[in-house]
Design a protein around this ligand. Structure first.
Ligand code: KIV
Length: 323
């Protein structure tokens, strides 16, 4: 398989023109050039492929996976092995975007050496190009960076701290808290963080920190003055079954689209309107022995006189049969 082929065999990218790979230094360059960074989460092959082919710069396999894909009430339950599984699927889809894996709760809260070993797994076993870590864990960010793994920090509303914070609340709402947030951001950057996600903070605080930092900020619920924006894919397309947060914009209604498709399918099955004869495989003509039962009833019977050369299948199991 060539580099331009997906595992499923379709060409990558659709236009055929390879785009330059996004790297962590490239994000810094985008900040210097004043070019906004687009980022989205993805957790599987098809959505990651769509996001990458749409030209989004950064794809995060977020631990929001726990909520929007696995149905948990918060992000705490997802494991390293589950995150690795989804990171591999995304990796197989992506050619251009920077692939960033979120370190899940518990994977970096013990000894630094254990946390570095977990970060290495995301690169070695799943092909991540950077990891994201919540909170001002300065020594850890230094250690992971020294292990040659780019790190994105995540400050403000850090969902893994939900129990300590007492809920998902906007952070940095006082002057002191803004100063503390800014000091944390500086410390992470000095330790090697290549970008900082700012989540759930007032626009003014995010703007001030963005202007002061040498690396890009990527905002979610942090206003338009960050260097980039990130959203959860399922929020973008309304597939979360929950009222949207203030900062979410639905760019499509996948719930309505999928619901209608599923209901129409069920109705067609119930009314025997799916599948049609044209959507059916037929026995080969050389096996035909009888008269035109199909013409009489519209339903081919074994032994009826009908042609089967139309059968086009691409699965090995069917090939012998079809030939
Ligand atoms: O897990 C996640 O999806 C995230 C972002 C949205 C920043 O951490």
């Amino acid at each position: 398989m060539s580099i331009n082929q997906s595992p499923a065999g379709a060409p990558f990218p659709p236009s055929g023109a390879p785009l330059p790979k996004v790297t962590m230094p490239a994000l810094g360059e985008m900040k210097r050039q004043g070019k906004p960074i687009s980022a989205l989460t993805a957790y599987d092959y098809p959505t990651a492929r769509l996001v990458d082919e749409a030209g989004v710069d950064l794809i995060l396999i977020g631990d929001s996976l726990a909520m929007v894909v696995l149905g948990h009430g918060n992000t705490l339950a997802v494991t390293v092995d589950e995150m690795l599984h989804h990171t591999r699927a995304v990796r197989r889809a992506v050619r251009r975007a920077l692939v960033v894996a979120d370190m899940p709760f518990g994977s970096y809260h013990g000894a630094i050496a254990d946390a570095v070993a977990n970060a290495v797994r995301f690169v070695k076993e799943a092909g991540a190009e950077a990891v994201k870590i919540e909170g001002p864990r300065v020594e850890l960010v230094r250690a992971i960076t020294e292990a040659e793994i780019p790190v994105i920090g995540h400050l403000g509303l850090t969902p893994q701290s939900v129990n300590r914070l007492g809920g998902y609340r906007v952070q940095a709402r006082t002057a002191d808290a803004v100063l503390e947030l800014q000091a944390d951001a500086f410390a992470l950057v000095r330790a090697g963080a290549g970008a900082i996600v700012l989540e759930g903070v007032p626009r003014e605080a995010a703007g001030q920190i963005t202007a002061a930092l040498s690396v890009p900020t990527i905002g979610i619920g942090a206003g338009p003055d960050c260097n980039g924006q990130i959203l959860v894919f399922h929020d973008l397309v309304n597939l979360t079954f929950a009222p949207p947060a203030k900062f979410v914009r639905h760019y499509a209604d996948a719930s309505a689209l999928f619901r209608s498709a599923i209901e129409r399918y069920r109705e067609d099955v119930e009314h025997r309107a799916f599948p049609s004869d044209a959507e059916s495989y037929h026995l080969p003509a050389r096996m035909a022995t009888g008269a035109a039962g199909r013409q009489a009833t519209g339903v081919p019977a074994v032994g009826a006189d009908f042609d089967s050369d139309e059968a086009v299948v691409n699965r090995d199991a069917f090939e012998d049969w079809a030939n």
